[in-house]
Write a protein that binds this ligand. Structure first.
Ligand SMILES: *Cc1c(COP(=O)(O)O)cnc(C)c1O
Length: 393
């Protein structure tokens, strides 16, 4: 019988979910324990404490048992009540999308929106807060992945804290790939997960919640209870004496434990460094081939994803089909408003290694050349190599 499945990719350089570390896959094949058994409850508390260490928080973070898109919706529904005025920062598809969730429960939502190749400044946020001083919650995406651009979370966080509003940050595709933690940016709710820079699988959300945010949630009469969108249901679930509102995803928790070990054992600084080096080598190669970065300025280009503008008159879908067919390399397309405009090269988890920058440049340049576009692949590879060689260790 004919095999109906396409050939599997040789190398996945997507913007998430990403190839998981072998150690994580191994852990996920471990025993599925009964969640109310003392072993699992002790393990769950230990994983939760390890997560607090990785996130550098004193409050034990929540583990929610679905992927981060749902976790963000839960955070919005739990935190934002009928008295809240929300300032939503939209520099991309995820930022814009969060505003729709916020609008379901908020009294009002106002926005700072910039073109999706740009990022939002602390001054713009300060001005928006001056115009609407009644703002109680600010929401932002640190790395808006469909654009591959970074908002300056630290500076914006300072402005929000000085104003006194609560700050909700989506750090799903930045945490673990660069130096960002809830405390660095005054985040009251900091949402991330194992399936991007940490190199795990896409089945969990992890959320750090500040004491101020818990007070706000507990004072919100409409905060969901006995619901998949409830943060409060899970507040104390990390305690081994406590038990769970419903069955946690046992194998995913096994994977999260391994993801955190991988990150902490290697050393977070080293992990961030290889994400930074891989992306800067990749950007150098892209530019040297004669292609353009999507980001309006290179300073705002993400260290975990390189977005490349699709050359005039070409189809991203066709380019990606050729990179896959000829080289077995898979990249990501844009999403929503960035669809068809850019190609995303992921540098997350196990593929945040400089050698993958060379592969990305070669596969993309090779495909473009095959399609009749002038791309100087040799210059791209040389530029990549020069960045890698210049890295002092
Ligand atoms: C991946 C991602 C999410 C989560 O999306 P899922 O569909 O749950 O994987 C949320 N925000 C950002 C910025 C992301 O990159």
């Amino acid at each position: 019988m004919q095999n109906l499945f396409p050939k599997q990719p040789v190398i996945t350089l997507s913007a998430g979910p990403v190839a998981a570390y072998p150690r994580v896959l191994q852990a996920m094949s471990g025993p599925v324990h009964y969640d109310y058994d003392t072993y699992f409850q002790t393990f769950y508390e230990a994983v939760s404490r390890k997560l607090a260490r990785a996130l550098k928080t004193d409050q034990i973070p929540l583990i929610l048992h679905y992927e981060p898109a749902v976790g963000l919706e839960a955070a919005s529904a739990s935190l934002i009540g009928a008295d809240d005025v929300v300032l939503n920062l939209a520099s991309g598809v995820y930022g814009k999308g969060f505003g729709y969730w916020a609008a379901r429960t908020a009294k009002a939502v106002h926005e700072v929106e910039v073109p999706y190749n740009d990022s939002i400044t602390a001054d713009q946020v300060a001005e928006a807060l001056r115009n609407r001083p009644e703002t109680t919650v600010v929401s932002m995406v640190h790395h808006d992945t469909p654009s591959g651009t970074i908002n300056s979370a630290r500076e914006i966080g300072k402005v929000v804290r000085d104003h006194g509003a609560l700050l909700l940050i989506d750090a799903v595709s930045s945490f673990g790939g660069m130096d960002i933690h809830p405390g660095d940016c005054f985040a009251d709710i900091f949402v991330t997960g194992p399936s991007k820079c940490l190199g795990g699988s896409p089945g969990l959300t992890t959320i750090a919640v500040s004491e101020r945010a818990w007070q706000h949630i507990e004072a919100n009469p409409a905060t969901p209870r006995a619901s998949v969108l409830s943060l409060l249901d899970w507040k104390n679930a990390w305690r081994k004496e406590e038990g769970f509102p419903y069955t946690p995803s046992v194998s995913e928790v096994n994977g999260l434990d391994a993801v955190l070990d991988q990150y902490l054992d290697e050393g977070p600084e080293k992990v961030w460094q290889r994400h930074a080096l891989t992306s800067s080598a990749c950007r150098a190669g892209i530019k040297a081939m004669g292609l353009s970065l999507w980001a309006a300025r290179e300073e705002i280009a993400s260290p975990t994803t390189t977005a490349v503008a699709v050359p005039e008159g070409m189809s991203d879908e066709e380019i990606l089909a050729v990179t896959r067919k000829r080289f077995g390399v898979v990249f990501s397309r844009g999403r929503g408003d960035t669809l068809e405009k850019l190609i995303r090269i992921g540098h997350m988890g196990p593929v945040a290694e400089p050698s993958y920058a060379i592969i990305a440049v070669t596969a993309l340049g090779g495909a473009l050349r095959e399609m009749g576009h002038k791309a100087d692949v040799a210059a791209g590879v040389e530029a990549c190599m020069a960045v890698i060689a210049a890295q002092a260790d």
